[in-house]
Design a protein around this ligand. Structure first.
Ligand code: C5J
Length: 222
């Protein structure tokens, strides 16, 4: 496929979909479901659920276009050997990483809450990056996979905008990838952080990347 011009902030981005990957960040049950850890902390998970339908739409478009699709999950080994004490020893001990949560141990691989929500379940051939940090490049093989596939542009979606989406976009930008963040397919428990997070990405001539919507990308794919 030839290059497509995607309307975006701060200016349109020319994209070669054959060299583009969709990255869906941390759409995990514990962050999104009413019975999950995020809800137990008092967050309004409906703010995050709003990103599910746009993620489904861009996921369907990416699969149809045979784009590389990558899913990420934030979490740790059951023995916490990959969890820095500085990350674990924070806040209420009953709500720390590894503690018993409503859907199993909090942020522990293999627990129900660590799974991706069923609406966005990965296909067998779609890589799932299990990441111990906020950024998807930290201590993972994501960069290697992208380089092996000649990927130059990332369509970035998921939660939360100002934490794991932002960290991943900053990491990707420093590694030379062009990140097109699909604002409607990202979300935060804090609407103002979502709003400002998107503005920060596109500010100063696109200091970390570009911001667009699922509709604009799907229109370019059709
Ligand atoms: C993510 C978090 N995924 N907010 N994690 O953003 O701790």
């Amino acid at each position: 496929m030839s290059r497509s011009e995607i309307p975006a902030q701060p200016f349109p981005l020319s994209v070669d979909f054959a060299r583009t990957a969709l990255v869906i960040i941390d759409m995990q049950r514990d962050f999104l479901e009413p019975g999950g850890f995020g809800a137990a902390l008092g967050n309004d998970v409906s703010l995050l659920v709003a990103a599910v339908a746009p993620c489904q739409a861009i996921l369907a478009g990416a699969r149809e276009a045979r784009m590389l699709v990558i899913h990420t999950r934030e979490g740790h080994r059951p023995d916490l050997s990959d969890a820095p004490p500085a990350k674990v020893l924070r806040g209420d001990p009953k709500k720390r990483i590894g503690a018993a949560g409503p859907m199993g141990r909090i942020l522990i691989r293999g627990e129900a809450g660590h799974d991706i929500v069923p609406a966005l379940a990965p296909l067998a051939e779609e890589p799932v990056i299990d990441k111990p940090g906020k950024g998807a490049f930290y201590q993972t093989d994501l960069d290697l996979m992208l380089r092996n596939r000649g990927i130059e542009t990332l369509l970035v979606t998921g939660v939360t905008t100002e934490v794991c989406v932002h960290t991943t976009v900053r990491e990707a930008n420093d590694r030379g990838y062009r990140c097109l963040v699909l604002g409607d397919a990202c979300a935060s428990y804090f609407p103002e952080f979502h709003e400002v997070g998107l503005r920060m990405i596109a500010a100063q001539g696109g200091i970390f990347g570009w911001v667009s919507t699922t509709g604009e990308v799907l229109a370019a794919l059709s």
